[in-house]
Every structure is written in structure tokens, then in C-alpha cells.
Design a protein around this ligand. Sequence first.
Ligand SMILES: NC(=O)c1ccc[n+]([C@@H]2O[C@H](COP(=O)([O-])OP(=O)(O)OC[C@H]3O[C@@H](n4cnc5c(N)ncnc54)[C@H](OP(=O)(O)O)[C@@H]3O)[C@@H](O)[C@H]2O)c1
Length: 250
Amino acid sequence: MSQFPRALITGAARRVGAEIARQLHVDHDLLLHCRRSRDEAATLAATLEATRPRSTRIVAGELGDEDARAQLADAIGTAALDLVVFNASRYVRSDLAAVPADRNRELRDLLEVNVVATWDLALRLRPALTAAARARGDAAIVVILDIYAQRPLPGHEAYSISRAAGSMLVQALARAFGSEGIRVNGVAPGTVLWAEGPQRAETEALLTARTALGRIGSPADVAAAVRYLAGARYVTGSVLPVDGGRGTCA
Ligand SMILES: NC(=O)c1ccc[n+]([C@@H]2O[C@H](COP(=O)([O-])OP(=O)(O)OC[C@H]3O[C@@H](n4cnc5c(N)ncnc54)[C@H](OP(=O)(O)O)[C@@H]3O)[C@@H](O)[C@H]2O)c1
């Protein structure tokens, strides 16, 4: 890799993560994390390498498993790491009528991927972030959250709980890491890309009607917010809504 600042993006292979990678690659070398989407990650890396060789590396691993996270942190190493974007997330429906063993496992699985993994990796990568902060005077973590951290999404209650915890995690880590020059912020998107699955038709009209700008956003809107927070050297502990004014509507 070159002398560009080094950034890690989780869940970078496709959808929003891939757009964040494309926008950050302008002035960062990238560690592209993926889990299952290895082919998509390889295609993305090849595209980016065509504009700047030796500027990307793929790191793979399950985020819901502590041993896998330890291996991932080892693969990333302790060299200065300027930016970590926690983009990967688990997004599944809640089944409140499920037997306790199943519904409790659903919440635990969501918390493990959406909260514990972020907490764990942030702490494991702290020395590399501190090294970057010492070298360049600044290092940053950006956690992609969701507007449904603020209010429950019906049918996705456990997911919303995990996002609310993620919002507090941003503030807690911002306070804990601030003296080391590591800033921690969040981005809370509204709808920027439809979830994969069959429910799209009935929700599209409803959601756009309840968004001040009258349209959904795009992955590029989230990536632009990440770029802003990556360079906003006096901003920490903030969660920036990127929701087209969805939060202003009933
Ligand atoms: N799409 C939206 O409109 C929207 C709205 C609000 C918030 N967000 C948030 O914005 C971010 C990106 O959205 P998205 O729709 O692009 O996300 P997504 O497609 O649902 O997920 C992004 C990536 O997360 C990775 N991932 C999921 N579970 C994982 C696990 N257990 N271990 C490791 N990786 C895992 C997957 O990587 P692999 O494919 O490699 O397995 C996946 O490609 C997410 O945090 C999402 O919650 C999105």
C-alpha cells in the first residue's frame, strides 16, 4: 500500500458499503471487509486498483463471532489506521410470537453483529487508530446506524433496539477515545436502498410520502456524509441523520 491514509470499511463488497469504498478511495487506501460477498469484493477491488495499484486489500470474516473478529483484527494489524467505517449490519424481521428461545436468540444475534462487534473491533483496533492520530493529528470511526435507532420500526423491533444501543456506543466511545485524538461519529440513514426481499411495493409509496424531500436517498448520500465526518476534525459524538427530512414527518 502507498502513503495514503488507511481506511477499513466493513461490509464493503456491495450496496452502500461499495459506494462508501468508491468515494473514500479518492484519498484513502482501503481495507475492504466482506463476509460472503467475496466475488463482489474482488470485482470492486479490481476496479479500484485499475485507478491506483496496490491501494486495496480484502479482509474477510464473520462479525458475529469473537474468534473471527480476533483473526480479522490480526489481519488488519497495528500499522496506523486512519479511519474505520462500521457499515456491515444484520437486518432481520422480529418474530414477537416466536418461542422464547428463538425470539431471544434473534435479539442476541442482532446485538452481537450490530453492537458487540463494533465495540469489540473498535477496542481491538484502538492501537492502530491511536498510531494514526499520533502521526496525522486525527483518526476517526464512523458507525452507520439507522433513523430507526430513534423510534421502533414495526416488525423490526429487535433491530431498532440494536441500533439504539449503537447510538449510545458512538457517544460512549467518543468520550472514551477523545483524549487519544480518535473521533467517533455515526450516520443515520433513512431509506437509501430498498432491502432485498419481497416487501418493496407497498412500502415505497408510504415512505416517500413521509419524507420531507418526497424521495428516497442513495448510497452516495451516505458515502458523502461518511466523507464529511472522516474529515470533520472538531466533530465527535454526533450522529448525522441522512434521511431527506424523514425525521420531521409523522
Ligand atoms: N439500505 C438502506 O436504505 C439503509 C437504511 C438505513 C440504514 N442502513 C444501514 O446502512 C448500512 C448499509 O446498508 P446496506 O443496505 O448496504 O446493508 P446490507 O446490504 O444489509 O449489509 C451490508 C453488508 O453487511 C455484511 N454483513 C451482514 N451481516 C454480517 C455478519 N454477521 N458478519 C459480517 N458481515 C456481515 C454483509 O456482507 P457480505 O455480503 O460480504 O456477507 C452485507 O453485504 C447498514 O449498516 C444498514 O443497516 C441502510
